[in-house]
Design a protein around this ligand. Structure first.
Ligand SMILES: Nc1ncnc2c1ncn2[C@@H]1O[C@H](COP(=O)(O)OP(=O)(O)OP(=O)(O)O)[C@@H](O)[C@H]1O
Ligand SMILES: [Mg+2]
Length: 325
């Protein structure tokens, strides 16, 4: 077994709002091993971004329980200064909202260059040259000019690519990519995914890939974690998850993938919608939308159990491995 790089245990991140407490992340366990790509999937609002932002210690929410260990260091116990060193150096993130992470008053070159200078101990000149190389690598035309421009001078897709260049420029051990290619056209998307694969192969970078796109998951990921309403509901290697999904929610997600076989079957969608966090009091959070739900599902929250080797599921339909009759 490869060494553990990141281990999130029992994580709860809550928001205090005028309507009350929002348990956006509600007891999440995630392990990422060195050099592997882990997909995190689930409908909008299920807590994917809050989980990743909490890992980077960048969420405005409050961590009310749990631990995050990265390279055997407890991230939640680091000082802000120590955390800044981890961020962008050993751990980098591509954000879902690119504008929030680029500073409008600095040029592209200054922003990429600064990270490179600090983390790789390059001179200003070397850092600038590497910044230009990185911009070219992510498919930015006129890199020599763009390096001296400001974020607002670029289109959304370009900014996204700048952010990707920035995140990858220091060869992090862990790259957290939150919908990295959703805003980009397919050609650029393929290019960026290739680049991530290269990073993984060359530098043994682990990637936490958050995406709505199950095609990207199938193509990129070794393992997949399915989240629903702030909790992990299923986890398996990518082939198992696609061929033998167990949780009714995962089965629904799989059925909603468009097929290319030309059938005119209407695209399946899971009935109902993700509950607003904090509005569910009892039982499995998926029960109100689940066609298999029984009384126990409406009363008690199931545990995330390993139901077969390396395959875990949080559902009353299955018993933990070893407990089967
Ligand atoms: N700053 C905040 N204040 C209050 N609630 C928040 C805040 N940020 C996120 N939430 C809530 O936390 C829950 C999880 O949000 P999150 O952004 O993690 O979802 P997501 O899975 O990333 O969704 P998407 O696929 O749309 O990006 C949502 O109900 C959201 O409304
Ligand atoms: Mg998100």
């Amino acid at each position: 077994m490869k060494p553990k790089l990141l281990e999130i245990k029992g994580l709860k991140t809550y928001f205090q709002t005028e309507e009350g407490v929002v348990p956006a992340v509600d007891g999440v366990d995630i392990v990422v091993y060195e050099g592997e790509t882990v997909g995190i999937v689930g409908e909008s609002g299920c807590g994917k971004s809050v989980t990743s932002l909490t890992t980077m210690r960048l969420t405005p929410g409050k961590v009310v329980a749990g631990s995050i260990s990265f390279q055997e260091r407890d991230l939640l116990a680091l000082s802000d200064e120590e955390m800044r060193k981890v961020r962008g150096n050993e751990m980098a993130m591509i954000f879902q909202e690119p504008m929030t992470s680029l500073n409008p008053v600095f040029t592209i070159g200054q922003q990429i260059g600064e990270a490179i200078e600090i983390h790789m101990q390059y001179s200003k000149q070397q850092a600038r040259a590497r910044a230009i190389d990185m911009l070219k690598l992510v498919g930015i035309p006129r890199a020599e000019q763009i390096v001296d421009e400001y974020p607002h001078q670029l289109s959304g897709g370009m900014r996204q690519r700048v952010m990707i260049a920035m995140a990858m420029s220091c060869n992090p051990k862990l790259l957290i990519a939150d919908e990295p290619t959703t805003a980009l056209d397919v050609t650029i998307q393929a290019q960026i995914l290739d680049l991530m694969r290269e990073l993984k192969e060359k530098h043994n970078t682990a990637i936490m890939m958050i995406t709505h796109d199950l095609g990207v998951v199938a193509e990129m990921c070794d393992r997949v974690i399915v989240m629903y309403a702030g909790k992990v509901v299923e986890e398996a290697d990518v082939v198992t998850l696609f061929t033998n999904p167990k949780h009714p929610y995962t089965q629904g997600l799989m059925k909603s993938i468009p097929r290319l076989n030309g059938t005119d079957e209407r695209l399946y969608s899971i009935k109902g919608s993700v509950p607003i966090p904090g509005t569910l009091r009892k039982g499995c959070t998926f029960a109100p939308r689940c066609e298999y739900a029984t009384d126990i599902c409406r009363q008690e929250i199931p545990e995330l159990n390993e139901i077969e080797d390396n395959h875990s599921c949080r559902c009353w339909l299955y018993e933990a491995k070893g407990e089967q009759a």
